[in-house]
Design a protein around this ligand. Sequence first.
Ligand SMILES: NC(=O)CC(=O)C(=O)O
Length: 284
Amino acid sequence: MQILTKYKVALIQNAVFETKQKILEGVAASIRDCVQKECKVIFLGEFFNTIFETNQLKKNAEDFSDKNNRETYELMKQLSEEFQIMIIGGLPEVADGKLFNAALAFNDGKLVGQYRKCHLFDVDIPGGITHFESNTFGSGNDYCIFDSQYGRYGLGICYDIRFPIYSQVMRDQGCQVLSFPSAFNQTTGPLHWELLNRSRALDNQVYVASAQAARYYSDDPDYYQTWGHSIITDPMGRVLATCESDPAVLIQEINLSLVDQVRKNIPTSVQKRTDLYQVSKGIK
Ligand SMILES: NC(=O)CC(=O)C(=O)O
């Protein structure tokens, strides 16, 4: 496969509304705009097709095996084919009566990546956030790595970014770009979000592109208040672009030769003391 070394990408921090149709109309319009600006890869957030609230998540979950119940899946596929681009984004999935926090990647109209969040966000921070994702969702059990003309990509979702070994395994499998569709929150977002993205980019010498949907303001305590601040970081750990919590689109260039250059200049992967430590279990 011929690899394109330099190309433009877009992170779309889309607005969310009460109806999926309205959300998807907005996302489609933004993708068209980004195509006009010559973007080749589009990153969307975790649950980008819904408000982040349990009933809404259930209502907007899609069964990817059912053509009549996968509106978001079909839209991603159709736009990816029409514009010959890659689109990566997260959405709730329902399969065999169970819910999963999923992400899909379509390239030129083909499904190239399908992922279910492996680390579920079960936390209790008194005075901050209490959230038990596993009360609603089942967890995935596998990595998602795929090749494209844009390089080798690895996919995780949100809380997965906190587990450094998880990213390291994807980097060891040759990933040049990692993407974490996410929905951090108002407690951990300010302190950890940028730090985690920069850390995973730096320690693996990869680009990290993590989009989130925009914050949906509500007084209802059942509505999870997302952090936004979509971000793209380069293999030196530099933030190339980020934003606040409201709707935004970030457009940036990825240059895969920088990945090679940083790995050559600071060759941590070959200097590893595997006689002292090693990742005990990686890709099966
Ligand atoms: N929502 C998540 O999965 C993760 C998160 O908000 C955090 O790690 O903090």
